[in-house]
Ligand binder design. Structure first.
Ligand SMILES: Cc1cc2nc3c(=O)[nH]c(=O)nc-3n(C[C@H](O)[C@H](O)[C@H](O)COP(=O)(O)OP(=O)(O)OC[C@H]3O[C@@H](n4cnc5c(N)ncnc54)[C@H](O)[C@@H]3O)c2cc1C
Ligand SMILES: NC(=O)c1ccc[n+]([C@@H]2O[C@H](COP(=O)([O-])OP(=O)(O)OC[C@H]3O[C@@H](n4cnc5c(N)ncnc54)[C@H](O)[C@@H]3O)[C@@H](O)[C@H]2O)c1
Length: 471
């Protein structure tokens, strides 16, 4: 925007999720006058219904699973009378109460930070009246019109709902409705084996439900590294999940005892509950975007460039409403970049090649940079090396049998361009690989860096060592 005086700039942000609130903090820090209009609660779906609650549920399921595997490490549980305790039980009401309290506390923390930084927050629906005028329809019934030099659209996405599978919040559920459950589903049918479906199917399996996963593709997690997805699918089956591949849901209906999921090939799957995880749609309709010139893709996502600009000068967009990469971390980065650009601070355009992501299954799948598919399709001239974790001494001590480290490095040069780690806490282990990708380190530099003995990160260094090309 050329020479900008941030102190005289008024910024209006639609949406208080990671895309919106992180941007608000940056804009306030740069001195702008900032108002956030948010409909559902600060933190957005990320904090209130999606990312945070699902990860908290998974933590509970992981904890419970440790009781089940304790015997492998020679530990059994006894009650005070010395009788063996064979089962742990998840009390869903208590589990959900904790999760909702945790999410609410995080939302409150965000509110306090925004408040401390002088950001004004209005609870209500924002609508564009012109490129520089936003109408806020407040939950208390009031209306406010806000003039803006800069607008950031960060309205997120919402679960996709099919006409033939209508959620009722009791037995047929979206992932946003599961925290109101008063009892653990006896038999849960999860429809959709993307990241949301896979994570929640395993969480409920861990909590004690019988689970059937309806997967429309050849394998679960179709968008992920095939070796990693195969490990996860094997683990799912080993632990007793029924996985139905090449099975597309046609409809879900209520029965006297629960639900009936009809598949397109005529098969039927019965359950007590169905969880629909068939994707999301952006929340971009009916709020005046196209009327003011913002371009939407056929999917409804807002078109943006690498500094989060839309087609309209002064209007930016960040997060799931752009469909660039639906992650909280990416939403936040897009929001920060937008404000830096709009308010004349130093800008580093979004670099998707350095985004690390994690699937919170057990074991977890963490990825960064170029993928195996990119390598196979010749998008980058790189070689791959995969090292199973089973031979790692720390893995043996911890009873870890499934998992691997895979690195991709430029052929001949050895620069690390990507990696996949399948392991417990892979989300923590991927960081050295992300550092290597971000800063162009070579496999020799990774291999030449000390790791603790014994440690799982030793396998990252060992994989790099095995990729050394003698000069
Ligand atoms: C089950 C699940 C688990 C996930 N887990 C992870 C994870 O572990 N890690 C990760 O990085 N990502 C995760 N994600 C993705 C992550 O939740 C999203 O990428 C993130 O929420 C995007 O943030 P956002 O700011 O774009 O939108 P949101 O978080 O959806 O926030 C948008 C906000 O905008 C408000 N809003 C909408 N329209 C308007 C309007 N017109 N006016 C005012 N306010 C409006 C909404 O009320 C909401 O508060 C997960 C997603 C799902 C579904
Ligand atoms: N840990 C994380 O970071 C995390 C967790 C959850 C979601 N997310 C983000 O959200 C994005 C979306 O993930 P998602 O899993 O919600 O959606 P998705 O669109 O990736 O997956 C939905 C799946 O449902 C399947 N499907 C659609 N219709 C179906 C039908 N009728 N019957 C059976 N299957 C059907 C699709 O083939 C697809 O595999 C992810 O790419 C990720 O970026 C991240």
């Amino acid at each position: 925007m050329g020479a900008v005086n941030a102190r005289e700039t008024s910024v209006v942000i639609l949406g208080g999720g990671p895309g919106g609130y992180e941007a608000a903090l940056v804009a306030a820090h740069l001195g702008a006058k900032v108002t956030v209009v948010d409909r559902d609660g600060l933190g957005g779906a990320a904090v209130l219904t999606d990312c945070v609650p699902s990860k908290a549920l998974i933590s509970t399921a992981d904890f419970k699973s440790q009781f089940e595997t304790a015997a492998d490490l020679g530990v059994h549980l006894e009650d005070p009378e010395g009788d063996e305790v064979s089962e742990s039980v998840a009390e869903v009401v208590a589990v959900n109460r904790r999760i909702l309290a945790l999410a609410a506390a995080q939302s409150r923390d965000i509110g306090q930070r925004l408040d401390a930084d002088g950001v004004r927050v209005l609870r209500g629906l924002g609508r564009m009246l012109s490129p520089t005028l936003v109408r806020a329809e407040l939950v208390d019934g009031g209306v406010e019109e806000l003039t803006a030099d800069v607008v950031l659209l960060a309205t997120g996405a919402t679960p996709r709902v099919m006409a033939t599978a209508q959620p009722d919040g009791e037995r047929i559920l979206t992932w946003q409705q599961i925290y109101d459950l008063k009892e653990l589903p006896g038999k849960l049918v999860v429809v959709g084996s993307g990241v949301t479906g896979a994570e929640l199917a395993q969480a409920y399996l861990g909590l004690g439900s019988q689970v059937t996963l309806v997967s429309s593709r050849d394998r679960v997690l179709p968008g992920e590294d095939a070796d990693a997805a195969t490990v996860i699918e094997d683990v799912f089956r080993k632990r007793g999940m029924e996985v139905l591949n090449r099975s597309r849901m046609a409809a879900v209906e209520r029965t006297d005892t629960g639900v009936l999921v009809r598949l397109e090939d005529g098969r039927e799957v019965e359950g007590t509950h169905a969880l629909l995880a068939v994707g999301s749609v952006p929340q971009t309709a009916g709020i005046g975007l196209e009327e003011v010139g913002v371009q939407l893709k056929p999917s409804g996502h807002i078109s943006v460039d690498r500094v989060s600009r839309t087609a309209v000068r002064g209007i930016y967009a960040a997060g799931d409403c752009t469909g660039v990469l639906p992650l909280a971390s990416v939403a936040a980065m897009q929001g920060r970049i937008a404000m830096a650009h709009a308010l004349g601070d130093a800008v580093h355009p979004l670099n998707l090649r350095a985004v690390s992501a994690n699937i919170f299954t057990d074991p977890e799948i963490a990825t960064v940079g170029y993928s195996q598919k990119d390598v196979d399709e010749g998008l980058v001239d790189a070689e791959a090396l995969m090292l199973p974790l089973a031979t790692n001494p720390r893995a043996k001590m911890q009873g870890i049998t499934d998992g691997f480290v895979k690195l991709f490095a430029r052929r001949g040069i050895g620069t690390v361009v990507g990696g996949v780690i399948v392991a417990p806490r892979a989300s923590e282990l991927i960081y050295p690989v992300t550092l290597a990708v971000q800063h162009g380190l070579t496999v020799d530099q990774l291999a030449g860096t000390f790791t603790v003995y014994p440690s799982l990160s030793g396998s990252v260094a060992e994989a790099a060592r095995q990729m050394h090309a003698p000069q």
